[in-house]
Design a binder for this molecule. Structure first.
Ligand code: SF4
Length: 86
């Protein structure tokens, strides 16, 4: 079973209410960090964690998720629907 970590988002006006990182898929490519280092950092296992889920706006967050070569970053809207990857 894959290890997924959930990061709820409480950013006002945001349509993205949750970030999920599939740690098994993360290959430390760090493209997500290049897009938003305020949101994502590598931990001691060289897997990405969301250090501040509210740091980025929705477009930046989507760009970070889209930049991930293994689609390890999943985004959910306020209804709980997965909006990336779809
Ligand atoms: S871009 Fe994807 S694989 Fe690379 S560090 Fe971020 S989550 Fe991990």
């Amino acid at each position: 079973m894959s290890e997924k970590r959930e990061y709820p988002r409480t950013k006002e006006g945001s349509a993205i209410s949750k970030i999920v990182i599939d740690r098994d898929l993360c290959i430390s490519a760090i493209s997500c960090i290049a897009v938003s280092d305020a949101t994502f950092q590598l931990d001691e296992e060289s897997k990405v964690v969301a250090i501040d889920p509210n740091a980025a706006d929705d477009a930046t967050l989507m760009a970070a998720a889209e930049s991930c070569p293994t689609k390890a970053i999943l985004l959910f809207d306020t209804t709980g629907k997965q909006v990336f990857p779809v």
